[in-house]
Design a protein around this ligand. Structure first.
Ligand SMILES: Cc1ncc(COP(=O)(O)O)c(C=O)c1O
Ligand SMILES: [Zn+2]
Length: 415
């Protein structure tokens, strides 16, 4: 594994040390990228080898992994469209790609000796953080919207995290986490709180390592296509961490000579019409997004009204020659059922937004049938049983009676 040479601000390019935990750039609050010395020759992973994202250890931080078997997910070829591949992230621990980012971020947190992590989340990141924090023996504090999918609420409780349900969106959760940490720092300064009791904010793009975990999706998709780029990548975009991570992976692979030189894929960001801040900014030619009021969609992971890394997402889409597609929930649901009935895959609503977007760009001629396309199904539809059933107006046929109930109380903090 390479030593990190520094952390570089994605906005003002200032470098800071990785010897201690860092959040965002101290000068401009931009997101920090992990930089390595990639001039020494590192070879591609051997065929076979480690069957997790840690097969790319040569380009990841030099740290003892907290692993539950994340990554190295299947690349499934569509049964109907020979040039269309689905990157099936449902097979990750906790059922979504959030496992990659959290495995990496929690590994570094343990390395730094952090004891308490906090995260605002649309749901799946919270579930993943809860699992990895438990595996690392670290305390997790989760802030989620009250109407989060049931699976995410259950994960938080089952993994023993501290769960706070918020009447609002992920943006409200983020504000609450930041306020709590500010209060704790004041308590620490006054000598009333030990430094290890101050939470560390592990929000998307407000620490450098979730991107490092998610960048492995970029390495994987290129390796699984025979070390070649596809023509386009569809990515359901909330905070955009995966999109940013994959683009970083492409740059690193080029620096290392791992990828057959060619044109990088068009990066297609997919959003729901009910929460489309990136789409609005893209269409208006703006460098950053504006807060999207009254955000609402059943694709819970896309309900991010103002992504922290919006400037990076927009830059990447434009540089790649990609675009942003927005879809109504009804179209997303139709694509979800199309894939379950014709391909045998129950996609997450976010993944179904990506499949629907692909149909749209093939129909419009933006993509040609001969183009090789990778669509990310970022999570399992089984994490959304309640949401999908509600969207389908499907009622539970009978009330299930659990013969033995074991109440688990005392850890929920309703706000
Ligand atoms: C299943 C799923 N897909 C996509 C996203 C969006 O991910 P990102 O924040 O990396 O854009 C999320 C975020 O919660 C998610 O849970
Ligand atoms: Zn900066």
């Amino acid at each position: 594994m390479p030593r990190i040479s520094s952390l570089e601000c994605s906005r003002c390019h200032q470098h800071v040390s990785a010897d201690m935990p860092q959040t965002v750039c101290p000068a401009c609050a931009g997101s920090l990228y992990v930089r390595y010395d990639l001039t020494t020759a590192v070879s591609r992973p051997a065929p076979g080898g480690t069957q997790s994202m840690w097969r790319y250890a040569a380009v990841l931080p030099d740290v003892e992994p907290v692993s539950l078997g994340e990554g190295w997910t299947p690349m499934l070829r569509s049964r109907r469209h020979p040039n269309l591949y689905l990157k099936e992230e449902a097979t990750n621990p906790t059922g979504t790609f959030k496992a990659r980012g959290m495995s990496m971020a929690v590994s570094l947190a343990r390395h730094y000796g952090l004891k308490k992590l906090a995260a605002p989340s649309a749901g799946n990141a919270a579930g993943a953080l809860a699992a990895y924090a438990t595996a690392a023996g670290i305390e997790a504090h989760l802030f989620m919207p009250r109407d989060v999918p049931m699976a995410n609420y259950l994960e938080g409780i089952a993994y023993g995290a501290q769960v706070t349900l918020v009447d609002g969106l992920i943006s409200d959760c983020a504000r609450m986490v930041a306020e709590r940490i500010k209060e704790q720092r004041a308590e620490q300064a006054a000598g009333r709180l030990a430094p290890e009791d101050v939470w560390f904010d592990i929000s998307s793009l407000k620490e450098p390592f979730r991107v490092e975990g998610k960048k492995t999706m970029g390495y994987e998709l290129v390796e699984q296509l025979g070390w070649e780029y596809p023509d386009a990548v569809f990515y359901p975009t909330g905070g955009g961490v995966g999109l940013i991570g994959m683009w970083k992976a492409f740059a690193e692979m080029e620096a290392l000579g791992w990828v057959t030189p060619g044109k990088r894929p068009k990066m297609i960001a997919v959003q729901a019409s009910g929460c489309a801040p990136v789409a609005r900014a893209f269409e208006a030619g703006e460098p950053a997004s504006k807060f999207f009021e009254n955000a609402s969609t059943f694709a819970a992971g896309l309900r991010v009204p103002k992504p922290y890394g919006d400037y990076l997402i927009l830059e990447i889409i434009r540089e790649s020659g990609g675009t942003v597609v927005t879809l109504d929930d009804a179209i997303i649901l139709a694509s979800l059922l199309d894939w379950s009935r014709n391909e045998g895959l129950l996609l997450s609503p976010e993944g179904a937004a990506a499949t629907a977007a692909c149909d749209q760009l093939l129909a419009s001629g933006f993509l040609a049938p001969a183009d090789r396309v990778v669509i990310f199904n970022t999570g399992s539809g089984l994490k959304y049983v309640d949401m999908i059933a509600e969207a389908m107006a499907l009622k539970r046929p009978a009330e299930k009676k659990c013969p033995q109930r074991v109440p688990v109380g005392g850890i929920i903090t309703p706000v």
